[in-house]
Ligand binder design. Structure first.
Ligand code: GRF
Length: 217
């Protein structure tokens, strides 16, 4: 059974998608060990509490230095024996020692088709604003492993979402979440938990057939 730590900062709809997929048996052989937020007011913590999942706030603001925060967050994750760290709308910069210790064991969900609209400063609504400004006709979401860069790690799954003529950043964000993020994040966790994902030379290979990412919605 793969032990997950889910790191959040806000509403936690991606966390909810993971909880629901575990309950529905769509994620097999994985359980959420702990939900950690850098923001004490994140609704994601309420979602964890409502599901009886251990949860806590570890905020850089509560520590005298970034190094102390980095140690605290890394200690909690390693001491609990977490196997996979899931960044689900997590806006905090991860401790370098955590990234080193969890190579190809941290996944992130990003609301665009990487390498478009990603990297420093591309988070939240900004991603969708830029996609609309550029006039792309297709966008989507990417689930990827986390490395030392910003959105540069090996890509696990992507799902395309069409841009509609009257889309606003808000409507596009919602559709990308519903049609792509909430599908590929749980799917990636299931594939990892069941030994279907390998990484060689920075490229992910998936050994199980899956159709959920086909087409464009
Ligand atoms: C999502 O668009 C996710 O891709 C981004 O944060 C947004 C909100 O996520 N990283 P959530 O509702 O807190 O899961």
């Amino acid at each position: 059974m793969l032990k997950l730590a889910v790191l959040v900062s806000g509403g936690g709809t991606n966390l909810q998608a993971v909880i629901d997929a575990i309950d529905a048996g769509k994620i097999r052989n994985a359980c959420i060990d702990v939900v950690i937020s850098n923001n004490a007011n994140a609704y994601a913590l309420t979602r964890a509490a409502e599901h009886g999942i251990d949860h806590m706030c570890i905020s850089p603001k509560s520590y005298e230095s970034r190094a102390r925060f980095n140690d605290a967050l890394t200690d909690v994750i390693t001491s609990r024996g977490v196997d996979l760290v899931v960044l689900a709308g997590c806006l905090v910069i991860l401790p370098p020692q955590l990234i080193a210790a969890y190579k190809n064991r941290i996944v992130n969900i990003h609301p665009s088709l990487i390498p478009a609209f990603c990297g420093k400063g591309f988070y939240g609504l900004k991603v969708h604003e830029e996609a609309l400004k550029r006039g792309v006709k297709v966008t989507g979401a990417t689930c990827h492993f986390v490395d030392e860069g910003t959105d540069t790690g090996p890509i696990i799954l992507q799902k395309a979402v069409g841009v509609l003529p009257d889309d606003t950043p808000q409507t596009l964000q919602r559709r990308v979440m519903e049609c792509a993020e909430w599908i590929i994040l749980p799917l990636a966790i299931d594939l990892i938990a069941n030994g279907c994902v390998t990484v060689a030379d920075g490229v992910v290979k998936i050994t199980e057939q899956q159709s959920e990412t086909d087409g464009c919605c």
